[in-house]
Design a protein around this ligand. Structure first.
Ligand SMILES: [Zn+2]
Length: 207
C-alpha cells in the first residue's frame, strides 16, 4: 500500500468552480395594447369592440392583456400597457395607441374576433405587412395557442401595425360571437394571456 503524502492543500481543486459571470440579457420592452375601450365625456363607452350579450371585447382584451403583462414581467421584461381601463377622448384615429407605445421594441395588440356566422371560431394573429420579424412573432404566438381551435396568421395593413416602428402583431383571441370560444374567454382568460405571453417569450428567447 502506498503512502500518500500530502504536500499542500490544493486550493484550486477544492475551490468551488465559479460560474462565468452571468451577463445580463438585454431585455426587450413590450407594448401591450388592449383593443377598444374608448368612452366619451358622458362616461359612455363608445367603442366596446365586438359584443355578445353582456360580454364586450374591450373587457376580454384588457383582462387577457393583464395576464400577458404579468407573465412577461415575471420573466423580467418591461411592459407598458396602452390603456389600463376605459379611456376618455382618445381621438378618432388610433394614433394614440402608437404614441403610447413609442420607444418600445414590440407591439402586441389584443382583440377578439366576431362574425355574423356564429359557427366561425378560432385564433388569428395579424402581422405587419412585409415584415419578416413581425411574421415570426405572429407565428410564435400562434404556435403557443392550444385553447382555441382553428388558427392562422394573416399579413395586414392595419393602421396600428403599419405605423409602429418595431415588430407589431394583432392577436384575435377567439370569436366572441361563437359560444365555444366565448366559454374559453369567460373561463380561461388568464390562460389565454399566458399562452400569448409564452409565444412572445418563445419568439424572443427561442422555444
Ligand atoms: Zn377588436
Amino acid at each position: 500500500m502506498g503512502v500518500y503524502e500530502i504536500t499542500a492543500c490544493n486550493v484550486d481543486s477544492l475551490s468551488i468552480v465559479r460560474k462565468a459571470e452571468e451577463i445580463p440579457v438585454t431585455r426587450k420592452t413590450i407594448a401591450i395594447d388592449p383593443g377598444h375601450g374608448d368612452k366619451n365625456d358622458s362616461n359612455t363607452v363608445i367603442d366596446p369592440g365586438a359584443v355578445n350579450g353582456t360580454f364586450f371585447e374591450k373587457d376580454f382584451a384588457l383582462d387577457i392583456s393583464n395576464a400577458v403583462k404579468s407573465k412577461l414581467e415575471a420573466k423580467g421584461y418591461s411592459v407598458i400597457m396602452t390603456r389600463t381601463g376605459d379611456v376618455y377622448d382618445i381621438g378618432e384615429r388610433l394614433r394614440w395607441r402608437i404614441d403610447a407605445a413609442a420607444g418600445k421594441d414590440i407591439f402586441v395588440s389584443i382583440h377578439n374576433d366576431a362574425s355574423d356566422n356564429r359557427s366561425a371560431r378560432g385564433f388569428s394573429v395579424l402581422y405587419k405587412k412585409n415584415d419578416h420579424e413581425s411574421r415570426k412573432l405572429a407565428q410564435a404566438i400562434l404556435d403557443s395557442n392550444t385553447l382555441f381551435r382553428g388558427r392562422r396568421i394573416i399579413e395586414s395593413t392595419n393602421y396600428v401595425l403599419r405605423n409602429f416602428s418595431g415588430q407589431s402583431v394583432l392577436v384575435e383571441a377567439g370569436f366572441i360571437s361563437n359560444e365555444d370560444d366565448l366559454t374559453i374567454l369567460k373561463t380561461k382568460t388568464e390562460e389565454v394571456g399566458q399562452e400569448v405571453a409564452a409565444g412572445i417569450i418563445n419568439y424572443l428567447e427561442g422555444p
